[in-house]
Ligand binder design. Structure first.
Ligand code: GAP
Length: 456
């Protein structure tokens, strides 16, 4: 088994695999597509569910100081006045009157103009650019049956605000006191001007955010704690440490609410880019919502009488960007018996399908025994049954979707109820009793894992 590609995978290869194997598809394709919108197909849904499941696991199951929330997408419009989004969630926008395209003024050097051959906006005498003006990224809609009479509301541009709106209720029912966190996964919407780069920047995307409320004098300590926890999460799930880094924001980069932010960055084919931001938001959000709502949003210690507005540490990750990082990191090509194989070396815990059951031939009782094994395994794992085509092609198909193990039923299986268990990465095939398969796969699934790409 010889490695073919050892360098960075291109975005084109990822896009092509995602379409070919049913991970991610361009949205509304029969109508020519819709800019920066994508649909998750079968394997993409399974993969993303696993990424989100591992995030929930790290936030909820493995800790006892974080609780869950699923808040509304459309919230009271004053939310966005208080948060500063209505006034300040803008990008500077430049229009070209000639090619009718829009560009982010601060990224105009990287933009391509719409004409052929493509130029940078402003590069030719024909380019006719407007001055920069602020463009709010929030999508507007109206509540009520008649749009003219309804009130304007917004699709949330981040899940975080739903957490702040519920802080007071959580203090009352959750039996938690600072330090504690509220975690949420859900869709957010931004009318992004700069699009492209596949699912890295979309207008509709999923966030995994947690707001951790702490006594003010503990904020710095918890900021450090969450930087470490979040980096560990990515590497434990297999991202190569040398393709991951933490980058602290410079003072002039910080958001209006933040006193310190560090980005978790991954080395994507487009270069080092943000997967997650971890911010010390201070007491900005609770103070602002208290002011706009007239409610007291503070913690009162009933024993000591101490009262304070908690400070907030926020690890804010994108589910789509995390998924893209896992795909890029896992993508590999090697050569087996003169043939190039594409393989996704995903951590087994996030692989869409854990095990494939394949009868060697479609006769001699093998499909019947394979179906029995399949029905048994699917009780415990996401399992696929495939009996069509040459066995080599069926292995390749599973390799391409990242299935870590394949069970093959052959003529010997009918004699002694053993099967072969094939490993996606090492290609080792082990003979194992059908009765022990479930336990063996469970054991392998829970074992520590590191990317085989680290060895090459
Ligand atoms: N509550 C803080 C917040 O929303 P952010 O850095 O704007 O911070 C957090 O967003 C994460 O959400 C980003 O690190 C990124 O992974 C993801 N994200 C933001 N905008 C996105 C977009 N247009 N498409 C895909 N993911 C996006």
């Amino acid at each position: 088994m010889a490695p073919v590609s050892d360098g960075l995978v291109t975005m084109e290869k990822i896009v092509s695999l995602c379409k070919r194997r049913g991970f991610v598809l361009p949205s509304s394709e029969i109508y020519g597509g819709l800019g920066s919108s994508y649909d998750y197909a079968h394997y993409g849904v399974l993969l993303k569910n696993n990424v989100k499941g591992q995030w929930w696991r790290a936030m909820l199951q493995e800790r006892d100081d974080v609780v869950a929330l699923d808040s509304a997408i459309i919230q009271h419009p004053r939310t966005w006045e208080a948060s500063g989004h209505l006034a300040g969630f803008t990008d500077p926008l430049v229009d070209c009157r000639t090619c009718k395209l829009r560009f982010r003024a601060d990224l105009i050097d990287q933009a391509q103009c719409g004409r052929k051959p493509s130029k940078h906006p402003g590069e030719t005498p024909d380019c006719d650019l407007t001055g920069a003006r602020d463009f709010n990224l929030m999508f507007e809609t109206t509540i009520g049956p008649v749009s003219e009479e309804g009130s304007t509301v917004y699709l949330r541009p981040e899940t975080a605000q739903g957490i702040f709106l519920n802080f007071k209720s959580y203090l009352q029912f959750s039996r938690k006191k600072p330090p504690f966190g509220i975690a949420q996964i859900g869709k957010s919407f931004r009318n992004e001007i700069t699009t492209g780069n596949f699912i890295f920047r979309m207008r509709e995307f999923e966030q995994m955010e947690m707001e951790f409320f702490v006594p003010p004098d503990q904020a710095e300590m918890w900021f450090g704690h969450w930087l470490e926890q979040r980096m560990n999460w990515y590497t434990t799930l297999g991202l190569r440490p040398d393709h991951l880094r933490l980058r602290a924001h410079d003072q002039d980069e910080l958001s209006h609410y933040s006193s310190a932010t560090s980005d978790v960055e991954y080395l994507f084919p487009i270069g080092w880019s943000e997967v997650e931001g971890i911010a010390n938001r201070g007491d900005f959000d609770l103070t602002m919502h208290a002011k706009f709502s007239g409610q007291k949003l503070e913690y009162v210690d009933t024993a000591s009488g101490e009262r304070y507005i908690p400070h907030v540490i926020e690890p804010a990750a994108g589910a789509d960007r995390a998924l893209l990082a896992f795909l890029v990191d896992a993508y590999d090509e090697d050569e087996i018996e003169g043939e190039v194989r594409t393989v996704l070396r995903l951590h087994p815990l996030i692989a869409p399908v854990k095990v494939a059951v394949l009868p060697l031939v479609r006769k001699d009782g093998q499909p019947e025994l394979a179906s029995e094994v399949y029905r048994d395994l699917r009780e415990r794992f996401q399992t696929e049954y495939d009996e069509g085509g040459a066995i080599g092609r069926r292995y390749r198909r599973q390799d391409e979707i990242g299935t870590p193990w394949a069970v093959t039923i052959d003529h010997q299986s009918l004699e002694d109820r053993t099967v072969t268990l094939r490993d996606r990465d090492s290609l080792a095939q082990e003979r194992i009793a059908i009765g022990e398969l479930g336990e063996e796969i469970e054991r392998r699934l829970r074992a520590p894992w590191r990317s085989p790409k680290l060895e090459t």
